[in-house]
Design a protein around this ligand. Structure first.
Ligand code: AMP
Ligand code: MG
Length: 385
């Protein structure tokens, strides 16, 4: 039995990044940047007003000033701020020469020909100097960054509209089991709906990868080997058939190849795991079939293999935890609200609806059988990232 942390370390780098290529910004969301990106000029590119108001000299206010110009955002000022004068500016306006501070319109009577400024101004107030975000030639994003919405804004603002990125890894998802029917079909007696395949397709997509539905396989080794290799992929993920049962098809098919390792991991849920490579060299993860185990395994091991782990946060237990297995890391399904983790039903690996109500996994480390209420615990969020 292998410690959970060891298995996570073993899976690092299992799926190499795809060769870099350039894509448009509209396709870049969620991809891994393959280049360092530098600013071409300073950002913001020119000194601008942070408020709707008046550009003034500090020593002139408070006073009644002559308004010598008006600068809508996007236009170049023609007037200059001289002694006893002000220029009306908008948020984002290029500031006229001579500006020492901007007085917000709220500190004035809002006049047009003349303006009464009622407050003192401090030098540099309410203006955004050129380069105050970043200087020209500065590193704005490093290779390896995941392109979130805010980083796409950075790329756009420096003019990098076709960034070099690693394309999404293609993940082929195959479920196994003679007892399964596709979702929507009526299960016969002793049959079960295949919930793992749609769940994993969603979880793969949520991890920033491209999911390919590889279909459902019977417990027949011949058909499984054909399905595993039929579609080009960067990672193949199977569910079911990796444990000690008599008809464990993934094990029966892949153990003889010698390139896939079948292990027991000291964790609950998700103890039996398989990982390695298919004959053509494609990386493979064989996840257990129990619905909770399959999803938890993907969140930990699928994401580790892709190099896209969930963040780990901290929360406090609303209630005590008891009866956690001493020799395993337990991952409890809980609902975390405002930093407090609330219990989420039982620990059985088939309790799918309880998992549906949870939004996080709470980690009870190996060696720990109980945790008092209010204990701080590590939490792996299951949504929103
Ligand atoms: P296995 O790992 O193949 O022994 O399956 C363990 C348990 O998970 C059994 O109760 C299976 O019926 C169930 N199971 C396996 N695959 C799926 C699936 N794709 N969807 C839902 N339940 C499954
Ligand atoms: Mg099975």
């Amino acid at each position: 039995v292998k410690p959970l942390t060891q298995h996570l370390a073993d899976l690092a780098g299992l799926v190499p990044l795809r060769p870099a290529q350039r894509v448009g910004l509209e396709e870049a969301h969620g991809l891994v940047l393959a280049q360092d990106v530098y600013s071409r000029g300073p950002l913001p590119p020119f000194a601008s007003s942070a408020m709707d108001g008046y550009a003034v000299r500090v020593s002139d206010v408070p006073a009644r000033l002559t308004v010598v110009g008006d600068v809508p955002a996007g236009s170049v000022p023609t007037a200059v701020v001289g002694p006893g004068t002000a220029v009306r500016v908008m948020t984002g306006s290029l500031l006229p020469e001579g500006t020492e501070a901007v007085v917000p319109v709220e500190h004035t009577d809002g006049g047009m020909g003349h303006v009464v400024v009622t407050e003192l101004a401090v030098g540099g107030a309410y203006l955004r100097p050129a380069g105050s975000d970043v200087a020209a030639g500065a590193l704005v994003l490093s290779a390896g960054s995941v392109l979130t919405a805010s980083r796409i804004a950075v790329l756009a603002s420096v003019g990098e509209v076709t960034p070099l990125v690693h394309p999404r890894p293609r993940v082929l998802v195959i479920s196994t089991g003679d007892e399964l029917v596709d979702a929507g079909a009526e299960p016969g007696p002793a049959q079960l709906v295949d919930s793992n395949r749609p769940a994993l397709i969603a979880a793969v997509t949520e991890a920033g990868a491209e999911a390919i539905d590889g279909g459902r396989c019977s417990d027949s080794p011949e058909s499984l080997l054909a399905m595993l290799t039929a579609t080009p992929a960067d990672l193949v993920v199977t569910t079911g058939g990796v444990s000690m049962g008599a008809y464990d098809v993934v094990k029966a098919t892949l153990l003889p190849l010698g390139t896939v390792t079948f292990e027991r991991i000291a964790m609950q849920p998700g103890m039996p795991q398989a990982w390695g490579h298919l004959p053509g060299g494609t990386p493979l993860l064989g996840l257990p079939g129990n619905p909770v185990s399959a999803l938890v395994s993907w969140e930990l091991f699928g994401r580790a293999a892709l190099g896209r782990p969930r963040p780990q946060l901290r929360a406090q237990l609303a209630e005590a935890v008891t009866g956690s297995p001493k020799d395993k890391t337990q991952l409890l399904r809980m609902t975390v609200v405002d930093g407090v983790a609330h219990p989420g039903g039982g620990t059985g690996s088939h309790l799918l609806v309880a998992l549906g109500h949870a939004n996080a996994l709470v980690v009870v480390p190996e060696g720990q059988t109980e945790l008092a209420a209010d204990s701080w615990v590590t939490v792996i969020p299951l949504e929103g990232c």
